[in-house]
Write a protein that binds this ligand. Structure first.
Ligand SMILES: NC(=O)c1ccc[n+]([C@@H]2O[C@H](COP(=O)([O-])OP(=O)(O)OC[C@H]3O[C@@H](n4cnc5c(N)ncnc54)[C@H](OP(=O)(O)O)[C@@H]3O)[C@@H](O)[C@H]2O)c1
Length: 254
């Protein structure tokens, strides 16, 4: 294992989007990065964009597969883990009624169950090294989303859990709950959403990741990155739910 005085950081979902940007922005701090995902060739592309690819490594695991989580946990057992970035996730756009139950349960497994299980398994190492967790949630976790109902439910669960353990572990572990809005990653294509949805609020990826890492430097906390996402957050809080739900349904209805 190549030496890294700064310790190791596991980034789930590092094959593109936010995960790739976390890798780029964390590498200069000297960490050894464990880049997790399912797509080996895209993970190799992430590795190739880094300045010291020999210091890092790739970990393949499908978080929805029967043994995916346990395989991922056991392959980082011997790492001096200082950081966990629970970033892997996806959403599905469409009516609850017409979307199959398997992909909906898979959203819960990847976006909610996996982060909780990973944090629990890796907590002893993270506490030993006075480390950190960044949970990539979403502004979807702040509001029920008609036609993305299961995704919003998973992210609401993730936000609530992340904020609760942040207080429980205060002073022993730094935790950031990152809640971005629409962003230009592979997410939209995979979820099936039309390109136009939420386009005004779209915020560049580097700004989002920089905001999360800045919040981490400040000791952790809840982070809504960039002014456009903060505006969306303010609207979510200001508009009465009865009206907001109707607006969201009009915006997201297939
Ligand atoms: N983009 C947005 O608008 C937005 C807004 C708020 C929050 N988020 C959240 O940001 C996080 C990162 O997503 P992104 O926007 O960067 O999208 P992305 O480019 O599609 O990246 C998603 C990552 O998650 C991984 N992943 C998905 N399902 C997986 C599974 N079953 N097992 C293992 N890995 C899996 C993918 O790995 P493979 O490619 O290897 O399958 C990929 O690396 C997600 O949690 C998402 O919910 C996104």
């Amino acid at each position: 294992m190549p030496d890294s005085a700064a310790g190791s950081v596991l980034i789930t979902g590092a094959s593109g989007g936010f995960g790739l940007e976390f890798a780029k922005q964390l590498e200069p701090a000297g960490y050894r990065l464990i880049l997790h995902g399912r797509d080996k060739s895209r993970l190799q592309m992430t590795l190739d964009t880094l300045k010291h690819p020999d210091r890092h490594r790739v970990a393949l695991a499908d978080l929805n597969a029967r043994h995916g989580l346990s395989e991922l946990i056991s392959c980082i057992e011997n790492e001096p883990l200082v950081g966990l970035i629970n970033n892997a996730g996806f959403g599905i756009w469409g009516s609850f009624e017409q979307t199959g139950i398997v992909p909906q349960v898979d959203v819960i497994k990847t976006d909610l169950k996996a982060p909780i299980a990973l944090a629990h398994a890796l907590l002893p190492a993270l506490l030993r090294h006075k480390g950190f967790i960044i949970n990539v949630s979403s502004l979807a976790g702040e509001y029920p989303l008609p036609y993305m109902s299961t995704y919003a439910a998973a992210k609401a669960g993730l936000t609530y859990w992340s904020e609760a353990i942040r207080i429980e572990l205060d002073g022993r572990l730094r935790i950031v709950t990152l809640a971005p809005g629409p962003s230009p990653t592979g997410f939209r294509k995979i979820s099936g959403m039309p390109r136009s949805t939420g386009s005004f609020f779209r915020t560049p990826i580097p700004i989002i990741i920089h905001a999360a890492l800045h919040r981490l430097e400040k000791g952790g906390g809840y982070c809504v990155p960039g002014w456009r996402h903060r505006l969306l957050f303010a609207i979510q809080k200001a508009v009465p739910r009865r009206i907001g739900l109707g607006l969201m349904a009009d915006n997201l209805r297939p």
